[in-house]
Ligand binder design. Structure first.
Ligand code: PRP
Length: 176
């Protein structure tokens, strides 16, 4: 990644602003409900931390970790839950917080897995929605930013485990 060019796509200020707006939207949708926020590790750790701080309603917080097996940047479609939630979600309103929805395979898998535990409702808040890349139909309920294609790092997103720490979201390109 060090040899690639990084250009800022969403600045930390633009992210802060959008997360505040999402916080308001989510708070309105879950007024007087028992909200359980489930962050998807690792990519959504920063977004989850910021989003819950932008809520004006109480929530409980848990995390899952999913492993999707890839050949290069392409997913094989095989996904496994490698860390489960610890809070029971039956009868609760659940909001999954994801960093990026790409092919949609990860969210489809998680949605089915969590629905089997009978939550009262299940919605997804995605920081970035790469709509044109879907391999299966999937619609997130709350979306921070929509982009067509391109490889992004920062704000939790990585390239081979690098770049997660960056406070801005940057697009990577081959030219120096
Ligand atoms: C990334 C991202 C999503 C998933 C989206 O996770 O965080 O969970 O891929 O891709 P999909 O829509 O094509 O299924 P990754 O496996 O890179 O793990 P990470 O969150 O630990 O970076």
């Amino acid at each position: 990644m060090e040899t690639m060019k990084k250009s800022v796509l969403y600045s930390r200020e633009a992210i802060r602003q959008r997360v505040l707006e999402l916080g308001e939207e989510v708070s309105k949708a879950y007024e007087n409900r028992e909200l359980v926020v489930i962050g998807v590790l690792k990519g959504a750790f920063m977004f989850t931390a910021d989003l819950v701080r932008a809520l004006s309603i109480p929530c409980r917080i848990d995390f899952v970790r999913l492993a999707s097996y890839r050949a290069g940047t392409e997913t094989s479609g095989r996904i496994e839950l490698t860390k489960d939630i610890e809070i029971p979600i039956a009868g609760k309103d659940v909001l999954v917080v994801e960093d990026i929805v790409d092919t949609g395979l990860t969210m489809k898998f998680l949605e089915e897995n969590l629905k089997a535990r009978n939550p009262r409702s299940l919605k997804v808040c995605a920081f970035i929605d790469k709509r044109l890349r879907r391999k299966v139909p999937f619609e997130a309920d709350f979306v921070g930013f929509t982009m067509d294609d391109g490889f992004v790092v920062g704000y939790g997103l990585d390239f081979d485990e690098q770049g997660r720490f960056l406070p801005d979201v940057c697009v990577l390109s081959q030219e120096k």
